[in-house]
Design a protein around this ligand. Sequence first.
Ligand SMILES: [Zn+2]
Length: 225
Amino acid sequence: MIPACNICSANEFVEYRGRAGEQCANCGAKARHRIGLEVYKRHLFPLAEERPNGRILHMAPEAALYEILKDRLGGRYLTSDAAPERYPHAPCLKLFFPQDFDLFPEGYFTAILHNHVLEHIPGHYGDHLEEFTRLLEPGGRMIISVPGPYKGIPTREGGEHLATDAERLEQFLQGDHYKLLGDDFVPSLEALRGGHLIDMGISDEQRAALSVRPGKAPFFIWQRD
Ligand SMILES: [Zn+2]
């Protein structure tokens, strides 16, 4: 089987930050974008079809996924970020999470997508997950990914209190990361009230078809009851 990019159909993959085969040589999609699309096919698009008026929020909308989601979802596909200038391809609403999300009533969204967002938000991630659950309608889904989660360590937070990017790089592996999510991350999702963690993304066979190493770029799908 020759791995193929599910975003552009190319068959060539190149190294990215020391990870062999991580990035599509043609469209630039990284492993988490290719897996993300696969997960959306299974867990987002059918739900969106069932609920044609349901609003879908994509935070920090990656260019590799934005056009596909926009074409597929149309006008009820919304994007937001605290720094919209980082996403010139998308009409991002400028919203800080969680404080600016008070403006949305409970159950406003059918789905919320965020990949590698939680680690950029100051504060405790458990509070943030709870706020996301408030924003979802019954049967609505949060589809998320984070760096790691790292095995064998508890979550470490507090990067927003460090003075420099260099310190954050040392403690949290990237200058703009405020936390490292560890062993408690999945149990925290499982323990969230009002819904269930229903799936953990895709199989390693499906990963291989997308040029992704076993177990890499896990996704989590949490559904409100
Ligand atoms: Zn591609």
